[in-house]
Design a protein around this ligand. Structure first.
Ligand SMILES: O=C(O)c1ccccc1N[C@@H]1O[C@H](COP(=O)(O)O)[C@@H](O)[C@H]1O
Length: 194
């Protein structure tokens, strides 16, 4: 059963779409860039999110005290570290009660994190060469340019536990209900076949 993450929500309109399609994880980008949300925005967006959806903070340079404070405030359940991160950082976040998703390098495909992440860019919409990825001997989240048109091919090639998408689910920079629906339902259709 492949789980689904939809990332990069920035508005209450985006959250309404997320609640409608109900992915397993919703990602909020704390890193800089066009998907960045402030702590105040995170509070507003997560208050409107269906509480059964796991809230993931996406960071590039992890600030442990900040992340642990957000977790203590019940604003995040998990952290997605978008760089290959030090074991000490990952363990500190886990000890604080956060689930940790951490990027791995294809040349050293393992991590002490709960979930390994393979991605092509930082929300760039670029895809990986799915048939050339190394075997990963732990739960894996696959990201990078996924959408309703290509996610079934990606799952069949890589067999990840979680698939994650953001930029290709948008129109004019905002989540598009039809594209989010196509992505989530393509994943849910394939899990019935496997
Ligand atoms: O979206 C961003 O701006 C971003 C910034 C810094 C790190 C990661 C970022 N995005 C995340 O990257 C993956 C894949 O995105 P895409 O589907 O290729 O657009 C996803 O988790 C995004 O939220």
């Amino acid at each position: 059963m492949t789980q689904v993450k939809v990332c990069g929500s920035t508005s209450l309109e985006d959250i309404a779409i997320i609640n409608q399609e109900h992915p397993d994880y919703a990602g909020f980008v704390l890193a800089g860039g066009r998907h960045h949300v402030s702590d105040d925005q995170l509070q507003t967006l997560t208050a409107a999110l269906d509480p059964t959806i796991c809230k993931v903070a996406v960071v590039v340079e992890p600030d442990l005290r900040h992340l642990i404070r957000l977790h203590d405030q019940h604003l995040i359940d998990a952290v997605q570290l978008h760089r290959v991160s030090r074991k000490k950082t990952i363990v500190a976040l886990q000890q604080a009660g956060l689930m940790v998703i951490s990027r791995i390098d294809v040349s050293a495909p393992s991590t002490v994190a709960d979930i390994a992440l393979l991605d092509a860019g930082d929300g760039s919409g670029e895809t990986l060469s799915w048939n050339e990825l190394p075997p990963v001997d732990q739960p894996l989240m696959l990201a990078g340019g996924l959408d309703g048109n290509n996610v079934q091919t990606a799952i069949q090639a890589v067999h990840p536990q979680i698939v994650d998408a953001s930029s290709r689910l948008e129109t004019n920079g905002h989540k598009d209900a039809n594209k989010v629906h196509a992505f989530v339902s393509a994943v849910r259709a394939i899990k019935e076949e496997l």
